[in-house]
Structure formats: C-alpha cells, structure tokens
Design a protein around this ligand. Structure first.
Ligand code: SF4
Length: 299
C-alpha cells in the first residue's frame, strides 16, 4: 500500500478496506461527515473537512510524482461519495489525466450519499473509472441501526446498492456480527439476510463487532445496557445470516482479524460447505461460551 498526505494536516490514522491493500491511498477529505456510529472509533476527534481545491491538486500531484504507474486508487477518508458530484467529477478527471495506467477507483460510501446522486451522475462517475463502493450496512434491522446511531435505514441502503449496481458500480457490503447484542441477535440475523438478498451485492464481508474503548457502544456495555455476544454466539449468528442468504453471485468473506475463524467462498456455490464448517466449529469446544473471546490486537 502507498499513501500520500502532507503532515501535519493528515496525521490521523488512515483506513482502507483490506481489498485495497495494493492501491494508492489518496486522502481527499479528513474524517467522516457522519462520525456518530456508536461502534466506530475510526475518525473520533477528527473534524470533518474536505480538502480545498488547491490542497487536493497538491495531493494528486505529489501522488503522481511518487507513484505515476498506479493502477488502482482508493479515495479516503470516510464516505468520499458524499462529496458534491461536480467535485468528484473534477477529481476523477484529474486522476484519469495524471495516471495513464489507472484502471479503477474505490471509496467508502453511505446509502444517503449514493442516493444523493442521480442515475446519470452515477453512470458519469463510473465512466470516470469509479469502480468499487464499500458500504457498511452493519445490520438489516432498523431498530439496531437506530440504536447504533447509523443515520441510515435498511430500505435506503438497499435502494442505494441497487441503484449503484444498476449503473455499473460494484458494491462491497459490510455487515457487523454482534452489533445487535444478545437480545436482538436473531432479529438482526434474519433482517440482515433479508436485506442482503434484496441488495444482491457483488462482495459481502462479515466483520465481528468489537467494542472499542472511547465509543458509545463500549460505554453501553460497561453500563450493562448492552449484552455482547459470546464467541460461540457470534459464530452462531454468522451461521444464521449465512443460512438465510439467497445470493446469485457474491464473493463472501469473513476473514477480517475480528473474526474467530477466517471464512471465504463464493455464493451460492460454497454456502453449504461454509455452513457445514461452521456447524462443526459450533459443535466443538473451540469457541468461548462465556465471554467474547480474545480481542484482536490489530483493531
Ligand atoms: S461507521 Fe462509517 S459512517 Fe459510521 S461513523 Fe464510522 S466511518 Fe462514519
């Protein structure tokens, strides 16, 4: 991975999806315009700000000088899709002009930022090599989304994914295992599978919700108002989501550091094999049935 930024303006931590590990990471905004999700610590304390046009031009020029042969670019920080259409268009035109080998551009997106663009605008962005949008559905259950202060609805995100995919964009959708707690786990699993079936995303990642100190979710757990899943319950919830999926052609991954066991496959082809593996794991003594299990150090 290569990243370009001009400290001290961009000294906060840089995030990108695992699949963008070989991409040039270009920071065109600081932080996330929402920055309120109860489980998220990514941009805590980072005031949201889009770079000014001269700053953006300087970042692009610096990136070109250091990696002129870049074929893939990921735009950071959070929800770059929220930038105005004209700003995005100008940026993508500049990237296409400066990087002759550029094949694809990716970024994080929220449902509302996709729906704020018309179909014609989404197609225009696709023509400028915008390729993959990474969207955090987290849950298909609206009550869970509200409790987590997500500011998106399951219906809105479904419409956004369907619209973007109809315009040629590729959607990588992330869900959070355990985000509904013990009480809502079954509802969350069923609703999430139902929404994913409507979305039919090309890529699906299941991450485990790990409470991070400093977040509202961590405080809720400390206060006893949110019951986190045990490691065994988290794998059972993942199994319940997987069992409810009816996807026609999706690459599925649950191999993030947060997951108890790394899983990867193509749906629907590998679904039964993945379910059988999870059943074996759930029947074994390998999973912690009393606590959430070990917390990955890298989160
Ligand atoms: S999960 Fe995404 S939308 Fe929510 S605060 Fe974090 S970066 Fe922003």
């Amino acid at each position: 991975m290569a990243s370009f930024s001009n400290p001290p303006r961009s000294s906060h931590r840089l995030f990108r999806p695992p699949a963008e590990g070989d991409s040039l990471i270009l920071r065109v905004a600081d932080g996330c315009p929402h920055n309120a999700c109860a489980f998220c610590a990514m941009y805590k304390g980072v005031p949201y700000r889009v770079l000014t046009p001269p700053e953006m031009a300087r970042e692009v020029a610096q990136a070109q000088a250091e990696w002129p042969e870049a074929g893939r670019i990921f735009l950071a920080d959070g929800d770059v899709m929220a930038l105005p259409f004209a700003t995005l268009c100008g940026l993508l035109d500049e990237l296409n002009a400066r990087f002759p080998r550029l094949a694809r551009i990716g970024t994080y997106a929220n449902g509302s930022s996709i729906l704020a663009k018309s179909e014609a605008e989404l197609r225009a962005l696709r023509e400028r090599k915008l390729h993959t949008l990474y969207l955090g559905l987290e849950s298909g259950d609206d009550a869970t989304l509200q409790r987590m202060h997500k500011a998106e609805t399951a219906t809105g995100m479904t419409d956004a994914v369907r619209r973007a995919q109809a315009c040629g964009l590729r959607l990588s959708v992330m869900i959070l295992i355990g985000v509904a707690g013990r009480e809502q786990s079954a509802v969350h699993a069923t609703a999430t599978a139902t929404v994913l079936n409507r979305m039919q995303p090309r890529l699906l990642s299941a991450l485990r919700c790990v409470p991070i100190p400093g977040t509202a979710l961590h405080a809720e757990i400390a206060a006893g108002r949110f019951q986190p899943l045990t490691e065994h319950e988290a794998v059972a919830e993942l199994r319940a989501v997987l069992a409810g999926l009816e996807l026609a052609g999706t690459v599925f991954r649950a191999n993030h550091a947060s997951n108890s066991v790394p899983l990867e496959g193509r749906l629907p082809k590998d679904r039964d094999m993945l379910l059988a593996g999870l059943d074996l794991l759930l029947a074994s003594n390998a999973l912690d049935r009393r606590t959430s299990g070990p917390v990955p150090w890298s989160l």
